[in-house]
Structure formats: structure tokens, C-alpha cells
Design a binder for this molecule. Structure first.
Ligand code: PEP
Ligand code: MG
Length: 529
């Protein structure tokens, strides 16, 4: 809550005197060197994703194609600044039109680094907004360098009329703990200037000129939030060890790199489930390269903690680039690993990207919707095919990358013995689908929600069977369904002997608080490992 500060980015309106091409080229070359120096200095001051973004921008300046295009324009009589601007716009448009969302968002970095060069050419000092009071930054979009050049304690929040949550600025906002809302529409910029506002990033809203009631309500929320954060921060760094000394690994379920960063900051000891299909729900499957960068980005956000990627769980209900089999709409049809086995090129592309990313960090992979030992074996055989391909190409990957199974169908639970006996490294139990298919209760049907509360008895029996099998093969087993966020169910899982839980990251500390109070020796009424 606070005043709005409008960020402006514009370079095109400056009047410039254009010299001879040789002189303009020399000016351009000098400006690029200076811009790279500036970026180097900034890189040294930052770490993690921020540093990578700055490095990406610096490398952009070395791009031979970009340099050649600028040189060509200069040779034809265009001034250095304009040549840079026009070339950057072409590049940005090219990137923006890429179907790969992650790559298309990199267009903002091209514009950002172009602005840096143009500012140098114009003799303009780097625009460094001087904010007297902490403010909510508002703009059409926000560049990564905006966030780096303004003192963190002066940024209350960030609101953009365009932009995307995939943008580097949004990713940075997340890692810097700045509340941010994107795509608020063009009218935002017309009405904002000089106003005060309440930015509610939980709900994706901005409220202009709030009345006293709204202000009071927001103040109360801010105070409560602050208290919660303090308690969380305290708990976050405590290891999750029960009173009797049993260590429990608390992990997070995530749907993309931003989520991974937020989860690790919130105290997740790893990512127990990354739902990779979120990458493509906007309508198309990224190339191997696009996927590789996506996983690499997730690994960077995980900061050395294990990242468990579940391969695409796509079904007929998702309309993705001809993948959806519209002729047979049925959630019981071609979905999850079954769909991938029917479309091996889809699976191989994902596996190759995952394997290549495994050379970059602690990456683990698991398969969704396994229903039979045959499907499990076929999927593993395809992993070997992908490994062979990479070996022949000389691409590095982790040979012993851990591969696990998501047990989320009754048949997989019943046949767990056979599945787990074959090259399985870990077991993840997905109770959302396991409950849905055991009770024939659609998880999206609100009227059936009672089937999903706590741990339904039929599902509990299946889990007991799976855990017994996992132990017989000495495999780690953890649960990742929605009910792990329920303190009673989480405690029950631990009493049963589970030593890992994966959940929505916002629930982690509440569950940790509960488990820290648990004494397994005193009340061990359940079978324990
Ligand atoms: C599950 O089925 O329990 C699970 C965690 O996976 P998803 O919710 O992605 O289906
Ligand atoms: Mg599932």
C-alpha cells in the first residue's frame, strides 16, 4: 500500500545528429564496451537468477547476428543509436513471436539491453529512478534493470499493464519477495499517475485511491502477514525433526520456475513434484531446447535442492497442438504415460531435455499414470533410448539419474511389487488421482469433495500395501496429494512410517509446526518402519 510511481522507458523521441558511418560504428562499438562494463559491475553485485539475467543480456551484446545487423544499418547511413534500436526491435519481435513462452519473454531483455546501449550513445546517464518514499512501481512492463537499479526497500510492489509472469522482471520480483501483478490492462497507465493504491498480489488486483475502510482492512492484513512471516522465517530454518528424533523431508509441489524459487525460499527441502505439463497448457509443446532451458531454470531456482519432475500428465481434456485426441474425450483414455508411450517422439523429446538438464543439478524424474508393469517397463526402455542418443551425440547427462514412479492408480498400487522390482529408485504416492480412481469420484466435482478429505479408508489400504512393497525394496516413499497439507493426514503419514511429504509450499510451515510436536515413541499405535 502506498503511492504509485510510473516507470517510463522511451528512447525513440531523442533528436540525434548522425555522423559518418565510420564514426557511428566506432561510437556503437565503444557504447557496447561500456554497456558490458556496466553489466559486469551489476553482475558482481547480484547472485542467482538476477546474475543470470544480466549475463544473458551481456551475452546478447556479443551476438554476431545482432552486431552484423547494426553494422549493416550504420553502413547504410543510419545513426548508431537508431541502428541499435531498430535491430533490437527486430530481434525482440522475432523472439516475441516464438511459440515458446520462455524464449518469447526474453524479448524484454533485448529491449532492456538495447536501452542501456542507447542511453550511453545519447550521453544520458543511466536512468535511475530516485524514489523519496517507498512506492508501487507501475509501467507497461518492467525491465529487469529497473528492479536492480532501484533500492529494494523503496519498492513496495510492481504492477504492469502488459508483461507476463514468465518475464524476467516477474521472476526477479518473486525471488526478491516483491508483490507483483501483471497484465492489468492499458487503462491502468492512464489512471495511475500520482495516486495511491493497494496492490493485492494474492488476488491479482490493484485498488486505486482506497477509502478509509479499505486502508484499514489492508493495514490489518499487512500486520497479520508480517507476524506470520516472522513465525515462518523462524520455523523455516529449523530442521523438521520430530520429538523422538525422526527426520522428515518436507518438499513442495510446483508448477514452474517461479514457484520453485518461492517454495525454496519458503523452506522447502526440495521439490517433490514439478508438474511439467504446466509448461504447455498455453497451447503448444516447447522444443527440446526450450524444455532444456526451462528445467535448467527450475534447477537454478531450486538452488541445489533436489527437483523431481513428473513427465507430462496430459489428457484428452487439454487442447495442446494436436496432442489432444478430440475423437475420444475421456479422462480414462489416452493420458499421462499412456499418451506418451503412444507418442514416443513426445516422450523422447522430454526425456532428452530432462537428461541433459540432469548434468546441471540434482534432477529426478518420475512418470504419471502408470497402470501396469508393462507401461513402466516401456517407459524405462525409452529412457535408455534417449540415453543412448545423448551418448552418441556426446551430450553430458547424469547416468544414474533417479527414476521414480507415481503411484496414483489402483492397478499400480496393487501391482506395486512388480513395478518397484524393476529399476525403480523412489516412489511417490499421488492421492488425488488414487482417490479419484479408487472411489470413482471425479476430483473436479465439488459435490464429491467429502471423498477427498483426510485419508479415505480404501486409499489408506492401498497406501499401506505400496509402503510395504517400497520397504521390501528399500526404496524411499513419499506422498504428494493435496491431503499432505492437512495436518492430521500429514501426521498419519508420518506415523505410518513415511519420511517425506510434498505439498503446496504455503502449507509447509504449518505442517512443520505440527510435526515438531510429534513424538512417535510415545504414541506409536501405527505400524512404523
Ligand atoms: C495426484 O494425483 O495426487 C498428484 C499429486 O498429481 P496431480 O494432482 O498433478 O494429478
Ligand atoms: Mg495425478
Amino acid at each position: 500500500m502506498g503511492p504509485v510511481y510510473r516507470l517510463r522507458h522511451g528512447t525513440a523521441s531523442l533528436v540525434r545528429v548522425v555522423g559518418q558511418p565510420v564514426r557511428e560504428q566506432a561510437l556503437f562499438d565503444a557504447a557496447v564496451i561500456l554497456a558490458k562494463d556496466e553489466l559486469n559491475v551489476l553482475e558482481e553485485r547480484t547472485s542467482g537468477p538476477q546474475k543470470d539475467i544480466l549475463m544473458f543480456q551481456r551475452l546478447m551484446l556479443d551476438d554476431a547476428g545482432l552486431q552484423a545487423q547494426v553494422a549493416q544499418r550504420i553502413a547504410q547511413g543510419t545513426g548508431a543509436a537508431e541502428a541499435m534500436e531498430l535491430t533490437a526491435r527486430d530481434y525482440a519481435a522475432l523472439l516475441e513471436n516464438l511459440e515458446d513462452e520462455y524464449m518469447s519473454q526474453r524479448s524484454v531483455d533485448v529491449l532492456d539491453v538495447c536501452r542501456r546501449v542507447v542511453n550511453i550513445l545519447d550521453g544520458e546517464p543511466r536512468v535511475r529512478p530516485e524514489l523519496d518514499v517507498p512506492s508501487i512501481l507501475v509501467g507497461e512492463r518492467v525491465f529487469p534493470s529497473d528492479l536492480i537499479s532501484i533500492d529494494r526497500d523503496k519498492i513496495l510492489g510492481l504492477a504492469t499493464s502488459a508483461g507476463s509472469i514468465q518475464s524476467h522482471a516477474a521472476i526477479m520480483a518473486r525471488t526478491m519477495g516483491i508483490p507483483a501483478v501483471v497484465q492489468l490492462g492499458p487503462q491502468l497507465l492512464e489512471t495511475m499517475e500520482g495516486q495511491s493504491a493497494i496492490l493485492d498480489a494474492y488476488n491479482g488486483d490493484i485498488l486505486l485511491n482506497p477509502d478509509t475502510d479499505a486502508v484499514r482492512h489492508a493495514q490489518r492484513r499487512i500486520v497479520t502477514e508480517g507476524m506470520l512471516k516472522k513465525r515462518m522465517a523462524f520455523l523455516r530454518d529449523e530442521p523438521c525433526i520430530t520429538k523422538d528424533g525422526t527426520a522428515i523431508t518436507l518438499m513442495a509441489n510446483c508448477s514452474g520456475p517461479e514457484d520453485v524459487g518461492a517454495a525454496v525460499q519458503a523452506g522447502a527441502e526440495g521439490i517433490g513434484l514439478l508438474r511439467s505439463e504446466f509448461m504447455i497448457l498455453n497451447g503448444h509443446v516447447p522444443s527440446e531446447e526450450g524444455q532444456y532451458y526451462y528445467y535448467k531454470n527450475c534447477l537454478e531456482q531450486a538452488r541445489g535442492k533436489p527437483l523431481t519432475v513428473c513427465t507430462f500428465d496430459l489428457g484428452p481434456d487439454q487442447k495442446v497442438d494436436g496432442i489432444a485426441d478430440t475423437s475420444s474425450y475421456s479422462p480414462l483414455g489416452m493420458r499421462g504415460i499412456r499418451l506418451q508411450l503412444a507418442r514416443p517422439e513426445l516422450f523422447l523429446t522430454q526425456m532428452r531435455a530432462l537428461l541433459r538438464a540432469s548434468a546441471e543439478g540434482d534432477l529426478r524424474v518420475m512418470f504419471p499414470m502408470i497402470t501396469s508393469p508393462e507401461d513402466w517397463r516401456k517407459a524405462l526402455d525409452l529412457v535408455e533410448v534417449a540415453k543412448d542418443q545423448l551418448r552418441q551425440e556426446g551430450s553430458p547427462f547424469r547416468e544414474d539419474i533417479p527414476i521414480g514412479v507415481v503411484i496414483e492408480t489402483p492397478s499400480a498400487a496393487l501391482l506395486a511389487g512388480e513395478i518397484l522390482s524393476d529399476r525403480c529408485d523412489f516412489v511417490c504416492i499421488g492421492t488425488n488421482d488414487l482417490t479419484q480412481y479408487t472411489y470413482v469420484a471425479d476430483r473436479l466435482e465439488g459435490r464429491l469433495s467429502s471423498y477427498f478429505t483426510g485419508l479415505p479408508p480404501a486409499v489408506e489400504q492401498l497406501i499401506d500395501m505400496v509402503m510395504a512393497q517400497a520397504w521390501s525394496f528399500d526404496l524411499p516413499v513419499y506422498a504428494c496429494g493435496v491431503n499432505t497439507s492437512d495436518p492430521d493426514t500429514a501426521e498419519l503419514y508420518v506415523r505410518k512410517g513415511m519420511r517425506g511429504l510434498s505439498m503446496e509450499y504455503r502449507s509447509l510451515m504449518q505442517i512443520k509446526a505440527r510435526l515438531l510436536e510429534l513424538d512417535l515413541e510415545k504414541q506409536s499405535v501405527f505400524a512404523s518402519r
